[in-house]
Design a protein around this ligand. Structure first.
Ligand code: BES
Ligand code: MN
Ligand code: ZN
Length: 502
């Protein structure tokens, strides 16, 4: 889809569909006001008759508006009460508008939603959200359907309308950011939705190479199992034993900052299918374990987006990638392995495999001399019990970093919620036979998983995002969401802003 910014008044610009907001009970936004005047009160008339809904998220399409209106259609988007119009309501209105435009016949549209005031949010933010919503509405994963029919009239062009020339530059910046973040989200969703027989560890490595080709500032390196053996990555390799697909350790480096600036390192869990291994999962919904690489997908999507925006930052993405399958050679409960850090691990449950691959990747991260490390993983079912499908679980060994990520999540409407870490939880990992067990027993599964990782991240500031609940949807709408790419991009953009100020 093509995105742009147009300066001009809503009644004067030509368009197949102009999108404007109205508040309950009958308050027109500035752009709606202009259209109303130009159409000799058509909108007020329809509102009075009750033909235009003003509840937040309702949409009404007005065909061939009368008078001097230059657009062929007006899409009126209900925004609810002005006093309740917060970021959540704005996103709801933007999503409803995007769906209505996508379903309609117009192949080109002009949105004035960013003119609406949302407390605490900039024009650039409002433009970003409109673009993300349009991408989301237009997204389809049908590349594996033999009779996929493209929509008859897909939306090809979306312009953001700004009435005041002085706002055009900021709107353009927002559009640019929105485009990049949306592309990152889309890449992450596609990788998540691809099945395990296609999206293998080698496929993820090929993706990293594909992203590398988009920018001179990117470098890629893929370690094979032999090299991992040399590094002593016994934990990661223990998971790969049960699989015929060779494991890969992918690192993708983006150098947009100054030489010598310490990088932000993102580590993404890349289990391309998690059967549980010998501790086999039950059959119901096991297909969804193809999504167990969504952490890896979000890291790749974020690196692609950061490179597209040419963010002035150094960034490294690390993806340990493997399958977790049962086999005659697979790890067995009770097996003890030695991690790259030298610490030994008793594998009491082969289904707690994410932490086994992440711990070696986290030790590997040390060689990049990181400013901070954030790992992203579909790590525990317990996180879904705790937070449902709404918020990412966040745990950290550094409160400042945790606060930064929480703020970024709030701002990007991709929220996280912090859970505590502490010695009392860490003690649950005690093993009679090794330095630690890979499970923490009953209770606090998300926290004990993070404590496990915390034993490998002592040398740097680190945060862990458990995205088991937010990375995909089940049921009727089954599919990857692309989260938390918006959170991660907000985090990186905020860091770049801060760098500019001081
Ligand atoms: N990939 C799963 C976590 C998961 C489960 C994500 C369900 C989304 C939905 C992970 O590898 C896993 O199996 N974790 C176990 C850990 C347990 C054995 C301590 C879990 O959560 O059951
Ligand atoms: Mn598992
Ligand atoms: Zn898993």
């Amino acid at each position: 889809m093509d995105f742009s910014v147009k300066t001009g008044d809503a009644d004067k610009l030509k368009s197949a569909c102009v999108v404007v907001g109205v508040f309950s009970p009958r308050r027109l936004s500035p752009a709606a006001e202009r259209l109303d005047k130009a159409s000799r009160g058509q909108l007020t008339e329809l509102l009075r008759q009750g033909d235009i809904g003003t509840d937040c998220g309702s949409t009404t399409l007005v065909h061939q508006p009368r008078g001097r209106v230059q657009a062929e259609r007006i899409l009126v988007v209900g925004c609810g009460k002005a006093k309740d119009f917060d970021a959540r309501a704005y996103n709801k209105a933007a999503a409803a508008a995007a769906r209505a435009v996508d379903a309609g016949a117009a192949t080109e549209a002009l949105s004035y939603l960013p003119e609406l005031d949302v407390e605490g949010h900039s024009l650039a933010w409002k433009c970003r959200q409109v673009i993300l919503a349009s991408h989301d509405a237009a997204y389809r994963f049908d590349e594996l359907k033999s009779d996929a029919k493209p929509p008859k009239k897909p939306l090809r062009k979306l312009a953001i309308g700004v009435g005041d020339k002085a706002d055009a530059a900021e709107a353009r910046q927002g559009v640019k950011q929105g485009r990049a973040v949306a592309a990152g989200v889309e890449r992450a969703r596609r990788l998540g939705n691809l099945p395990g027989n296609i999206c293998t560890p080698a496929y993820l490595a090929a993706q990293a190479r594909d992203i590398k080709a988009s920018s001179d500032r990117l470098k890629v390196k893929v370690l094979e199992e032999k090299e991992m053996e040399k590094l002593g990555m016994g934990a990661l390799l223990s998971v790969a034993r049960g699989s015929r697909q060779p494991a890969k350790l992918i690192s993708l480096e983006y150098n947009g900052g100054e030489r010598g600036d310490k990088p932000v390192v993102l580590v993404g869990k890349g289990v391309t299918f998690d059967s549980g291994g010998i501790s086999l999962k039950p059959g119901a919904a096991m297909d969804e374990m193809k999504f167990d690489m969504c952490g890896a997908a979000s890291v790749l999507g974020t690196l692609a987006a950061a490179a597209e925006l040419e963010l002035p930052i150094n960034l490294v993405g690390i993806v340990p990638a493997t399958e977790n399958l049962p086999d005659g050679d697979a790890s067995k409960p009770g097996d003890i392995v030695t991690s790259m850090s030298g610490q030994t691990i008793e594998i009491l449950n082969t289904d707690a495999e994410g932490r086994l691959i992440l711990c070696d990747a986290l030790t590997y991260a040390e060689r990049f001399d990181p400013e901070v490390v954030v790992d992203i993983a579909t790590l525990t079912g317990a996180c879904i019990v705790a937070l449902g499908h709404h918020r990412t679980g966040l745990l950290a060994n550094d409160q400042e970093l945790a606060d930064e990520l929480l703020a970024a999540g709030r701002n990007a409407s991709d929220p996280a919620w912090q859970l505590p870490m502490g010695e009392e939880y860490d003690e649950q990992l005690k093993s009679n036979f090794a330095d630690m067990a890979n499970i923490g027993g009953k209770g606090a599964g998300t926290i004990t998983a993070a404590c496990f990782l915390g034993r490998f991240t002592k040398d740097y500031r680190w945060a862990h995002l458990d995205i088991a609940g937010v990375a995909w949807k089940s049921g009727h709408d089954k599919g990857a969401t692309g989260r938390p790419v918006p959170l991660l991009m907000q985090f990186l953009m905020d860091r770049c802003e801060k760098g500019r100020d001081d």
